[in-house]
Design a protein around this ligand. Sequence first.
Ligand SMILES: Cc1ncc(COP(=O)(O)O)c(C=O)c1O
Length: 362
Amino acid sequence: MALYPEFPAEDQRHHHEALMLAVQRVLQSGRFILGEEVKAFEAEFASFLGGGHAVGVASGTDAIELLLRAKEIGAGDGVVVPALAPSAVAAAVRRAGARVVLGDVEDEILTLCPQSLREVLKRQRGIKAVLAVHLYGHPCDWKALEEVCEGHGVLLIEDASQAHGSRFEQKAVGTLGKASVWSFYPTKNLGALGDAGVVWTSEAGLAEKLRCLREYGWRQRHLSELPGINSRLDEMQAAMLRVKLPSLSAQIAKRRELASRYLSRLRGLRLPVVREGCEHAFHQFVIRSEHRDGLQAHLKHRGVPSAVLYPAALHQQPAFACVESFPVAEKAVREVLSLPLHPYLSELAIEAVCAAVEEFHP
Ligand SMILES: Cc1ncc(COP(=O)(O)O)c(C=O)c1O
């Protein structure tokens, strides 16, 4: 096996037989959309989170759009998004018809900064929701964000797409508020073999509305009661996710074990912090260096893969450009570097990464 196998491919190899059986099961069922597999996965994923309702949709981006639509947040409304986030988050807000309003992130954990949010809510009218992204798998400062939102009539939504398996004060992230959104893009901690997503909610009525909105607004076939869209989780992807879900907890434990090796071994860099009361799922292991580009080039030369998530803050991207600046996010995009981390990496691989990092002298 290669020293640095890629996560989705290796995970697929690991589960190969079970996946093939699941494919056959779907083929034999003759049902490909919103059938028993989707129903079962929704129940199993909700149970993994400790309860509530999971509504399967076609992607994480759609999960955001559908949740905003279900809460009737759209034209003229503002939705706060952290300036350091995947562009999918801002794109989904736009798709719902709402306005993207950016806030800066906290320097320590790079999630939405409560103080920055406070200022945004003071300054801007018409904010209806806040999307708190648990970036890289570290829970955002949920309590502080909740406190800021209190009294503003703003819906605080968790985007847990990078945080399957993270916990905040012993509670699964995604269940900290009333609703959360999830992506199962193949590289996520729990990944499908294509696109897939979920909206989770503690409210049965909201779940029912989401089920209606994900399929043309139908409550009854061919009768659109609400202005819905087509964003259904398909049977094949649900079946793939059902194969993988039972090993998620063990995979997160392995990610944590490998992350603690990095943390005890690496010196002279800014390493990821795990705040008290938080359990990090280490979707990404992100270090920070003022010499990031040189370090990345050096690692590449040594055959060590790495990635920059994200190369630009949202306001630095033409589609979301605005006049404001977000200094913490701007500094972060110059410094962040993801080192290899997933459950199929060997200790030898982690050791080789650390040795290559140590060799780098800017
Ligand atoms: C935090 C976050 N939100 C939303 C998304 C969008 O998910 P998808 O790619 O499934 O549409 C992603 C995935 O890239 C993500 O990481």
